[in-house]
Design a protein around this ligand. Structure first.
Ligand code: HEM
Ligand code: HEM
Length: 343
């Protein structure tokens, strides 16, 4: 008798490799989406992210065959494999709900939490079952299949965007970063959110200390009301944004006044909150940074950083340090810090 063709097994290997690729692209672009604040690059990263995530759906019929075949003999591993399935499904559904503009802002936190949870399970799942790439993977047929998957994923994403527009869903007007508008020109309507390691501090604020080398200046919030203004979008990684007229003092102006223009050419500036939260920014950006004491003509509220917060146009919200207590000019480069805050 002739041996049976083993096509399903080969198809399973390619399905698993395709799943791995899409998940890797989705995870990488998801993290990248949190890092980029400028609309052009953000639009590309976020679109690739959405297409890779939605592309997973196209593989469901093929993966179902793989799972059915393996299920009976996988008593030891199928619990964690099924949990992986649940988490990936939750990630995709919560991502799509966020994109539609529903259940803000908690749904994006669910999305990121579920995505982070899939990583160890995926490593565990794929590790013992390494699907080695083969030379034949470079064949015209597999390249065409990969191209068809990429085109299908892009089409799915495009169809999703079209549906949002036709249905007039709130998500149709979201920013390039994926954030939805909340409280533009109305600071009281902005959600009070901060990086997950940070929280609104208790008690009264003290003074602001500005340090450059051996020189130290101590200021009150009133000293910062100089009438410098900037209109900028605060774009929170929690999934919302608001455009405000921020007012206070430009950081380059303040530093030049305090230290008689005697500042290092390179270097960075550490901006530290009363809560201990901090970010380091390049000193060359100081002309674009504002120490804000008010938004839309009203003093900042406690939740939004009173008495003074950093305004960093073009950067995501986690750079906009609230409750600023200390500013220090340092020699260390700005990139010598975790890309996302850990403190
Ligand atoms: C969306 C992500 C994935 C989910 C939800 C998922 C789920 C499952 C489930 C439920 C099974 C059957 C139960 C078991 O064998 O424990 C399975 C089998 C399997 N999975 Fe995955 N999987 C995913 C991604 C991957 C990836 C990325 C790889 C490898 C690179 C992979 C390789 C395999 C292999 C080789 C089998 C066994 C096939 C057999 O024995 O015939 N899976 N998967
Ligand atoms: C394996 C992990 C991930 C998968 C499978 C995934 C999947 C998805 C999907 C399917 C969407 C909806 C796309 C649409 O309907 O157009 C989405 C949106 C989104 N995801 Fe993820 N995601 C993952 C990880 C992450 C991570 C780690 C982050 C951030 C740290 C993130 C941030 C976002 C954002 C901001 C959106 C909204 C994008 C938009 O407005 O178009 N995702 N994701």
């Amino acid at each position: 008798m002739l041996p049976q063709p083993r096509l399903p097994r080969r198809a399973g290997r390619r399905t698993n490799l395709a799943l791995l690729t899409l998940l890797a692209v989705a995870a990488a672009t998801g993290v990248l989406a949190y890092g980029v604040g400028t609309p052009g690059p953000a639009r590309v990263v976020v679109a690739v992210h959405g297409a890779a995530g939605l592309g997973l759906l196209l593989l469901v019929p093929w993966k179902t065959v793989v799972v059915r075949r393996a299920w009976g003999r996988a008593a030891g591993t199928r619990g964690s494999a099924a949990l992986l399935g649940v988490l990936v499904a939750l990630t995709v559904v919560s991502g799509a709900l966020h994109v539609a503009g529903l259940a803000q802002p908690a749904v994006l936190q669910v999305h990121v939490g579920a995505a982070v949870g899939t990583v160890p399970l995926l490593v565990l799942h794929a590790w013992g079952r390494r699907q080695r790439p083969r030379r034949t993977d470079l064949s015209r047929r597999t390249l065409l299949q990969a191209g068809a998957l990429a085109a299908g994923a892009a089409a799915l994403w495009g169809a999703g965007e079209a549906v949002l527009r036709v249905a007039g869903a709130p998500g149709a007007g979201r920013r390039a970063t994926g954030s939805l508008e909340r409280g533009t020109d109305d600071p009281a309507a902005m959600p009070v959110t901060q990086w997950f390691t940070d929280s609104v501090p208790d008690g009264a604020a003290g003074s602001l200390t500005v340090v450059s080398g051996a020189r130290v200046a101590t200021l009150t919030a009133a000293d910062l009301d100089r009438g410098d203004r900037v209109r900028a979008a605060l774009d929170c990684t929690g999934g919302w944004f608001a455009v405000q007229d921020w007012a206070g003092v430009r950081l380059d102006r303040l530093l030049a006044e305090l230290f008689d223009d005697d500042l290092p050419g390179g270097g960075s500036v550490d901006v530290v909150s009363r809560t201990g939260y901090r970010r380091r920014l390049p000193l060359r950006d100081a002309g674009a940074l504002l120490l804000a004491t008010s938004a839309a003509g009203r003093p900042l509220s406690a939740g939004h950083g009173a008495p003074v917060r950093l305004v960093a146009p073009g950067r995501r919200g986690f750079w906009w340090v609230k409750w600023v207590e200390r500013i220090e000019v340092v020699d260390a480069p700005w990139w010598r810090q975790p890309p996302f805050p850990l403190q």
